[in-house]
Design a protein around this ligand. Structure first.
Ligand code: NAD
Ligand code: TYD
Length: 361
């Protein structure tokens, strides 16, 4: 059945992919609330700018007056909360925005929703959902041979980013336990795909390769991340929204652990064949080992058995197919890349990588 949902952070990487797919699939109206921070970009939503099923609202999840007004005006039956500060390196440089949005913003959002939900009829309250989108990083770091994170793994966040996400997860849990709010939480592994802001590893490497810059690898490059193509994350969220058990947590991942250096080498190989360097050399020549991230988590790995077995979800893309699509998207969308890498982005890259001994201005 078609329904109205309120999406927060829908101008960012995963949120925009989610909104585009939701509308493409004709699943109903989307009210999209986004603060448009440096990471939020209306260009991600160009394809739906004239779609009457998409209502974009510029604003903050922490603004209870605005959120309350939106809830009463549009009467959504679910919120999907993507809005967050999301970059670990930025959280190390300046944690305050992370506390402001991820902790306080989530708290204010929950408060607005609780008040709205409380005054609904019994029948409407039962079908209402608050789906909180979180990360595997709340579980901390794994040793090389430790089993992957299940939903029962103890929280042990190590960065200001993951600590702030952990705090929001705890609030969501408490609002279910204490007030009965019908919440769902997803903890997903690293995403990649179209519209990914080029401060994160995969889009940064594609962008730097094509612009003749260094491909910066922190420390040894042997840290491991578990990669999932973004539309697979979106399909998991839709599945959890549809049939997830209220109050439950679902880990989302694609069983695809890779060392950073191997991700970067794979990207170089794909670029070598799709867009060879003028001098005939491999893009791998541009790899540069730089100073490591403070408190760098060694390994993340998601055990996605629960969502697979209980909800029947599995990813549609392999890493090979997903990364190929991703590189193709970046090659075909250089105007998007040029727009998002002007302005503030340049200051960030210059400052952050100068501190690790690499000139990327
Ligand atoms: P992103 O940084 O690309 O986008 C975040 C969006 O939220 C932006 O559009 C930004 O403008 C908006 N926003 C920030 N503060 C806001 C506020 N106070 N009010 C309203 N909007 C605000 O992030 P992303 O990579 O798309 O991640 C989305 C969510 O998924 C986050 O909650 C993140 O923790 C989670 N997540 C991300 C990954 C990943 O690999 N990127 C993996 C697992 C979970
Ligand atoms: P990132 O994309 O920032 O995601 P996260 O820190 O949330 O996992 O980084 C992915 C991995 O790549 C992480 O181990 C840090 C590493 N990395 C680099 O080696 N070089 C870089 O320039 C960046 C941005 C990340």
């Amino acid at each position: 059945m078609s329904k109205t949902i309120l999406v927060t952070g829908g101008a960012g990487f995963i949120g925009a992919n989610f909104v585009l797919e939701w509308l493409r699939l004709g699943l109903g109206k989307v009210v999209n609330l986004d603060k448009l921070t440096y990471a939020g970009n209306l260009e991600n939503l160009l394809a739906v700018q004239h779609n009457p099923q998409h209502v974009f609202v510029h604003g903050d999840i922490g603004d209870q007056t605005l959120v309350t007004k939106l809830l009463h005006e549009h009467q959504p039956t679910a919120i999907i909360n993507f809005a967050a500060e999301s970059h670990v390196d930025r959280s190390i440089h300046g944690p305050e925005d992370f506390i402001q949005t991820n902790v306080l913003g989530s708290f204010h959002l929950l408060e607005s929703v609780r008040a709205y939900w409380n005054q609904l009829s019994q029948a409407d309250r039962q079908v209402w959902r608050f789906l909180h989108v979180s990360t595997d990083e709340v579980y901390g770091s794994l040793t090389a041979d430790a089993p992957a994170f299940t939903e029962n793994h103890a929280y042990a966040p190590n960065s200001p980013y993951s600590a702030s996400k952990a705090a929001s997860d705890h609030l969501v849990r408490a609002y279910h336990h204490t007030y009965g709010l019908p919440t769902l939480t997803t903890n997903c592994s690293n995403n990649y795909g179209p519209h990914h802001f080029p401060e994160k590893l995969i889009p940064l490497v594609i962008h730097n390769a094509l612009t003749g810059k260094a491909l910066p690898i922190y420390g040894t490059g042997l840290q491991i991340r578990d990669w999932l193509y973004v539309t697979d994350h979106c399909s998991a969220i839709r599945r959890v929204l549809e049939v997830g058990q209220v109050g439950e947590v679902y880990n989302v991942g694609g069983w695809n652990e890779m060392a950073n250096i191997n991700v970067v080498k794979t990207l170089c190989q794909i670029l070598d064949s799709k867009k060879p360097r003028a001098d005939g050399q491999s893009y791998a020549e541009q790899i540069s080992f730089v100073e490591d991230r403070l408190g760098h988590d060694q390994r993340y790995a998601i055990d996605a058995s629960k969502i697979h077995q209980q909800l029947g979800w599995k990813p549609a893309e392999s890493f090979e197919s997903g990364i190929e699509k991703t590189v193709t998207w970046y090659l075909e969308n250089q105007a998007w890349v040029n727009n998002v890498t002007s302005g503030e982005y340049r200051h960030w890259v210059a400052k952050h990588y100068a501190e690790r001994g690499e000139e990327l201005a």
